[in-house]
Design a protein around this ligand. Structure first.
Ligand SMILES: C[S@@+](CC[C@H](N)C(=O)[O-])C[C@H]1O[C@@H](n2cnc3c(N)ncnc32)[C@H](O)[C@@H]1O
Length: 236
């Protein structure tokens, strides 16, 4: 199937409007999580467990040792880096187009310890559509940001970053799932993003040459929010 044919929701994405929105939010969990800061704890716990399960089955990256390097994409204020990735990797790179948000990581007190230990790596202040990694990674973590890219750009992004994945490493996608009754992606005009269906994600992964090696739904989120699914991907 042509992954872009299932819906036209992504045609409405306007990157300028998106960046205007993300530049206007308070640089806090409340801001990056759209008024639901309380989901952060359960989310980070779920991610920690998801990765631990992957590593238990991995001969190259078994548990018990820090990964050499990882990257937090669409990182916002580094919520995922501070609460999860900074604990499982020696160095975390950050991709985030809004400088006011990465200022929290580069200048804020909450990241002083990680910074002083040299655990914060590169800060790439660009959108994912314009990011070409300058390192390779055993883990590329993409959370709550891929809806900012149109389908074609997302496909191209997956193909690009796959070249920077170390052998037996994982690209993780953790995103909201569309609950549209007709099975369509949903456009969100607040941040000019799309919420994709599980089916759309799977079609895009397949087209990009990625296979799902593990997937699970995040437990414990408020009922009124979209379901959130994590996928661990490897090249076919
Ligand atoms: C919902 S927040 C999530 C932040 C972080 N991933 C987290 O889970 O806390 C979405 C983030 O995507 C960023 N963003 C917007 N457009 C982007 C793009 N084209 N590429 C990468 N990130 C983008 C926003 O600036 C914002 O920080």
């Amino acid at each position: 199937m042509d992954a872009s044919s299932a819906s036209q929701a992504d045609a409405q994405i306007d990157a300028t409007a998106a960046l205007e929105y993300w530049s206007s939010i308070p640089p806090s969990n409340d801001g990056v999580l759209g008024g639901y800061p309380q989901v952060s704890r359960v989310d980070l716990q779920g991610s920690t467990t998801f990765l631990a399960k992957l590593r238990r089955k991995s001969s190259r990256y078994p548990p018990g040792k820090l990964l050499e390097r990882t990257v937090d994409t669409g990182a916002g204020i580094g919520r995922v880096t501070g609460g999860f990735l900074g604990k499982i990797a020696e160095k975390v790179d950050i991709v985030e187009p809004v400088v006011q948000l990465t200022d929290v990581v580069t200048k804020g007190d909450t990241f002083a310890e990680l910074r002083s230990k040299g655990r914060i790596g590169e800060i790439y202040n660009v959108g994912l559509e314009d990011w070409t990694p300058t390192h390779t990674y055993p883990l590329i973590w993409n959370q709550w940001c891929l809806g900012q890219l149109k389908d074609a750009a997302l496909l191209e992004y997956f193909q690009r970053i796959t070249k920077f994945l170390q052998p037996d490493g994982w690209i993780v996608v953790k995103e909201n799932m569309s609950t549209d009754l007709e099975g369509l992606d949903i456009f969100d005009e607040v941040d000019s993003s799309v919420t994709r269906t599980d089916k759309k994600f799977r079609a895009l992964f397949q087209e990009a040459g990625l296979k799902i090696v593990a997937t699970e739904l995040q437990k414990g989120l408020p009922k009124e929010l979209y379901p959130v699914r994590s996928y661990a991907l490897q090249p076919v």
